[in-house]
Design a protein around this ligand. Structure first.
Ligand code: PPS
Length: 340
């Protein structure tokens, strides 16, 4: 692990100084108290227009400054509560299917959650004044981020890494995030929030790594410009046909399923399915260390269905979100059939 970073002026800046410099910068940007968002702590607005708590925003900036990508790296990019855990599971088990066949007694998923198999830059790697040494990791290295496209580590783009993006109906993303955030609130002794209370800030874009619509469009445009580098999936389409998506994912990362791999796609889809993963010991008893403290792996699994928003959002709120989505996505070529 490195403890200092070279600067253009030539003097070595310690990790602490680097993190402090970015913390000072973020602290000078507009901030929104927790009462005005889904978050339990205040959100800052990055000068590139997105929001986050201080530490993950600083981690994103440190990753931008310090991460050295290799062309073979693969980066999962998502908004929180869009299908991150699922796509991490699919990607990891697909890439490592030869050394870790599905069903093997020592398969990593027997002891580790997907978030420990593929770590976030800003929540797990570039945190607490650390600059991790990632050189020893074997190719292909797998990473994840919630950062918007405009704030990806610059070396990810320069190296031409492959990026796997998943988006989800904003109404389900909101409901899932609201439920997740309330778990933290209850753990911290705070009153849970009503979903309607957080829907307003969500629509205003004041949500972690949002505005939702900017995040999706950033990666959608990157996908249109470079489809061979940016894969773009929708949670709803994955739910409808997980096998086709597992195949497309495998092809995209250069590991297509061959004719001799009888039943392999089906096995991976079943391994990564909500119903299977929620029953794993690693889900029931495991935890993932992140900036927010150790999080029970079970918190990443709730219902795992499409359109659960219908059980939680008022028709007015749903219409408001759909109207923004239609306004922002029309003419972009992005199909958002969930908004019908
Ligand atoms: S996080 O915290 O950003 O990583 O959360 P994320 O994984 O993006 O979103 C959590 C929601 O995804 C559901 N989930 C799944 N759906 C289908 N298949 C699998 N394997 C799976 N794993 C997690 C999870 O239940 C959350 O959605 P909701 O609607 O809250 O159930």
């Amino acid at each position: 692990m490195s403890s200092s970073v070279g600067t253009q002026e030539g003097h070595a800046e310690s990790n602490e100084e680097l993190y402090q410099r970015f913390s000072n910068l973020v602290s000078s940007w507009p901030c929104f108290p927790p009462a005005l968002s889904i978050s339990t702590s205040q959100l800052y607005r990055h000068d590139k227009g997105w929001h986050s708590r201080l530490a993950p925003m600083v981690g994103t900036m440190v990753a931008d400054a310090c991460f050295t990508a290799r062309p073979s790296d693969i980066v999962v990019a998502t908004l929180p509560k869009s299908g991150t855990t699922w796509i991490k599971a699919l990607l990891y088990s697909t890439v490592h299917r030869r050394e870790h066949p599905v069903g093997s007694s020592d398969h990593p998923f027997n002891s580790l959650g997907p978030h420990e198999c593929i770590k976030f830059f800003e929540f797990q790697l570039y945190t607490e004044n650390k600059i991790p040494d990632l050189d020893e990791l074997p190719d292909p290295r797998l990473f994840a981020t919630h950062a918007p496209f405009v704030s990806l580590p610059r070396s990810v783009l320069a190296a031409g890494c492959k990026i796997v993006y998943v988006c989800r109906d904003p109404k389900d993303t909101l409901v899932s995030h609201w439920s997740f955030a309330n778990k933290f609130r209850i753990r911290e002794g705070l009153e849970p929030l009503s979903v309607e209370a957080v829907a307003g800030p969500f629509c205003d874009g004041v949500t972690p790594f949002g505005p939702y619509w900017d995040h999706v469009l950033g990666y959608w445009r990157a996908h249109l410009a470079h489809p061979e580098k940016v894969l773009f999936f929708g949670y709803e389409e994955m739910s409808r046909d997980p096998e086709a998506h597992a195949r497309r994912l495998a092809e995209f990362v250069g590991r297509p399923f061959g004719p001799e791999e009888d039943g392999a796609v089906d096995a991976i889809v079943k391994l990564c399915s909500f119903d299977h993963m929620i029953g794993l010991q690693a889900t029931k008893c495991g935890k993932t260390d992140a900036l927010t403290g150790a999080v029970d792996n079970s918190w990443f699994f709730r219902r795992g269905v499409v359109a659960d928003w219908q059980n939680n959002l008022s028709p007015e709120t749903a219409r408001r979100i759909d109207a923004i989505t239609e306004d922002r996505f029309s003419g972009t070529g992005l199909r958002w059939e969930w908004a019908a």
